[in-house]
Design a protein around this ligand. Structure first.
Ligand SMILES: [Zn+2]
Length: 389
């Protein structure tokens, strides 16, 4: 960055007044999260793109064959040679659409998962500037395999569904159900890829953080033996102090309108060798996830991330994240897929426990609870584009 260039603006939804001295870390975290989401969206687009185009082409062919067989899409289908021909053609279109796509989806997912892993390593290294070893194991191919399997399952299920009785009973709608099943494979490939990118990125961050931690401990021990090989007691004291100072881990970052479960993880720290606890939630109902986990994602389409964190950095940053999560609950910020009832329940429980937020925010939350709904908010613009997939 050239000297004197303006600092990148903090994401507009961050409450800068609350953030204070941790602002630079938050800016970096936001910047990294945006880069990860961009990669996630590109990965979903690319890994499922060819299949999506091919299934659309198959849909057009199948509809055209229906019109050729029965006159129009409004006409009912009848048993007979036209139907037989239509079914054969539709099967051919579906087979052609899926041809070679399982391998391709799996290959592309694998490529993006690796890229995400490297991005995670880079992101972690940007925070832990003095880290000198970035050797981390290759990501597992879980999501690449899942993407390939989703494609094969989509083709097999669609072909199994395709039958004379279905088309006679439903007309063109019956055929569209078959195409719909094929299309579900596209959505499943996208979901697998996005989960893979999120997971690989965050695991890489955690791995680098834990390597940084190991490196520090080793250096501290070596220094002890070099500087004071005989004074065992003193040396042990020095080593222990250094080791505890060297605790490095990752801190969980949730989006402002993350779900009530993700928000409960905001600001949580997992040190090297530890996992995040299972079962956290801001809701009073039992959470979906109850098992400890090494890193986000907490659920499909989760956009949480982690960044390295040193214990010696102090609690200001995790505390700021936790406060933001409480504020989000008090304000009722949510994405459409989460119900307002859930957020109201979470806000009520938060106020009962003590929200520890500015009085104006708490008063507003009380009014929302009394009214049974949160005020409408302007939709944020800065990540609007990323929600369209
Ligand atoms: Zn999440």
């Amino acid at each position: 960055m050239p000297p004197g260039a303006p600092l990148r603006a903090v994401a507009p939804w961050r409450e800068v007044r609350l953030v204070g001295s941790v602002r630079p870390t938050l800016e970096l975290a936001d910047e990294q999260a945006e880069a990860t989401i961009r990669l996630e969206l590109e990965a979903a687009r690319e890994s499922a793109g060819a299949l999506e185009r091919r299934v659309n082409a198959a849909r057009r062919e199948i509809l055209a064959s229906y019109v050729a067989a029965f006159g129009s899409t409004e006409e009912p289908a009848r048993f007979g040679p036209e139907l037989e021909g239509l079914l054969r053609g539709a099967e051919g279109s579906i087979r052609q659409a899926f041809d070679g796509q399982a391998g391709l989806a799996s290959q592309l997912t694998d490529r993006y998962v690796r890229e995400a892993h490297q991005l995670g390593v880079d992101h972690a290294a940007a925070v832990l500037e003095d880290v000198n070893t970035l050797e981390v194991p290759d990501p597992e191919g879980l999501e690449a395999a899942a993407a390939g399997e989703a494609v094969t399952r989509g083709r097999d299920d669609a072909l199994r569904l395709l039958s004379g009785p279905l088309v006679v009973a439903g007309g063109v709608a019956g055929l569209l159900a078959v195409v719909g099943r094929a299309n579900r494979a596209v959505a499943e490939v996208k979901a697998a890829t996005r989960t893979g990118v999120n997971r690989a990125h965050n695991l890489a961050v955690s791995e680098v953080a834990s390597e940084a931690s190991v490196g520090r401990v080793w250096i501290a021990e070596r220094d002890v033996s070099l500087t004071d090989p005989t004074g065992v007691k003193r040396a042990r004291g020095v080593r222990e102090a250094d080791v505890s100072e060297a605790r490095v881990g990752v801190v969980w970052i949730a989006e402002r309108d993350g779900c009530v479960e993700c928000l409960a993880y905001a600001g949580e720290v997992a040190y090297a060798g530890e996992e995040f606890p299972g079962g956290l939630t801001m809701d009073t109902k039992k959470p979906r996830n109850t098992r400890p986990l090494p890193s986000p994602p907490l659920h499909p389409n989760c956009r949480c991330s982690v960044i390295p964190y040193r214990e010696t950095d102090g609690a200001a940053f995790p505390d700021a994240l936790k406060r933001e999560a409480r504020r989000s609950v008090a304000k009722g910020w949510r994405v459409e897929s989460e119900s307002e009832a859930v957020r109201l329940r979470a806000a009520e429980s938060l106020l009962q426990r003590g929200a520890d937020l500015p009085q104006s925010v708490q008063d507003q939350a009380e009014r929302s609870l009394a009214r049974g709904s949160f005020p409408e908010r302007r939709r944020r613009a800065w990540r609007e584009a990323s929600t369209s997939s």
